[in-house]
Ligand binder design. Structure first.
Ligand SMILES: NC(=O)c1ccc[n+]([C@@H]2O[C@H](COP(=O)([O-])OP(=O)(O)OC[C@H]3O[C@@H](n4cnc5c(N)ncnc54)[C@H](OP(=O)(O)O)[C@@H]3O)[C@@H](O)[C@H]2O)c1
Length: 308
């Protein structure tokens, strides 16, 4: 594809379904915007002119291949916006990635950590990295949120059982938020004035998240969303269920720089359709947790563990 100098380059994951598909529609409809996406070939359609490169986040080799192909295709043209939105959730923590790590941790966190590190040198000055996290990271919002961080046990859980899948999911979303803050703290990122944002779309109905869970579990979650969450939503706005259209639009707004958090903040959370800038959980703000996750993730993906 011909590249003109005024073209904005956007690289995205997790935009073949759910809220990401709406963000993709929005971003791809902007003029002078070249969009490259990573997709695992589930056969979903994407808007015309969007370039699709194979990517299975359950395999670190696939992540490396994707990063290589993107870099080769761009031939030195910098990436303006990197959106890491893909995510999965299942009923247990028994699944394993190609590399042997717990699947939710591997797909939602490790793969994106590796991808962001591999593509960071290709990011433009004043570029932007957006990582999709969730309010499930925060014990003040939900009891399933992690209260401690042990990367090793997230990668190799020794206990399974009821609730292990949703807890693995919440922990992976904490990892997304910790990772975003680690990237924001890098000298290289500060020097090149790259903006890093951790975006929480809020509870969003009508996506395919959790589609791999057993049918009974999915029915139970639907029931919860349409009964208990509706009532709780009167008191706790975080429990009001949004639409994939609005969540996708918000992801596009944040990615395109139409919304930027106040100075010093990187967490943007969509609550009742409005973008807010809350304080992340105490654990998510812990510099010690950020550094430990960065270092242990580096070892797991085979990169140097230079501190963030
Ligand atoms: N829905 C919510 O209530 C909610 C709340 C907070 C945060 N989030 C976050 O928002 C993001 C999008 O979620 P969603 O609800 O829109 O879910 P979704 O409809 O299931 O979409 C998930 C996206 O991730 C991709 N993906 C999953 N596993 C992948 C893999 N191994 N390799 C490559 N791509 C993979 C899917 O690709 P395929 O098309 O191949 O399946 C799809 O494009 C996730 O990060 C999720 O954690 C969602």
């Amino acid at each position: 594809m011909n590249q003109t100098k005024s073209e904005r380059v956007v690289v995205m994951t997790g935009v073949t379904a759910g809220l990401g598909a709406h963000a993709l529609q929005d971003i791809a409809s902007h003029p002078n915007t070249r969009v490259i996406i990573g997709a695992r070939g589930s056969g979903r359609t994407v808007p015309p002119r969007v370039e699709v490169i194979p990517l299975d986040l359950a395999s670190l080799a696939s992540v490396r291949q994707f990063a290589e192909t993107v870099t080769w295709r761009l031939a030195g043209t910098p990436i303006d916006i990197l959106v890491l939105n893909a995510g999965m959730q299942t009923s247990t923590n028994k699944g394993r990635s190609v590399d042997g790590y717990e699947l939710t941790f591997a797909v939602n966190h490790l793969a994106h950590y590796l991808l962001a590190r591999l593509l960071l040198p290709s990011l433009a000055e004043h570029g932007r990295i957006v990582i999709t996290t969730s309010e499930t990271h925060d014990p003040a919002v939900t009891p399933i949120a992690p209260k401690t961080l042990e990367p090793h046990w997230l990668a190799y859980p020794d206990k399974s059982g009821i609730g292990s899948g949703i807890r693995a999911y919440a922990a992976s979303k904490l990892c997304n938020l910790l990772t975003a803050q680690s990237f924001a703290a890098l000298d290289e990122v500060k020097a090149r004035q790259i903006t890093v944002i951790a975006f929480s779309p809020g509870l969003t109905g009508g996506t395919s998240l959790g589609r791999d869970s057993p049918r009974l579990m999915r029915a139970f979650v639907m029931l919860l969303m349409h009964t208990v969450f509706r009532v709780v939503g009167f008191f706790r706005p975080e429990y009001v269920i949004g639409t994939p259209e609005r969540s996708g639009e918000a992801l596009a707004e944040v990615s395109l720089g139409e919304v930027t958090p106040p100075r010093g903040r990187i967490y943007v959370s969509l609550v009742k359709g409005e973008l807010t800038f809350p304080t992340p959980s105490e654990l998510a703000q812990s510099r010690d947790a950020q550094i430990r996750l960065w270092r242990e993730s580096a070892t797991m993906v085979g990169l140097d563990d230079r501190a963030s």
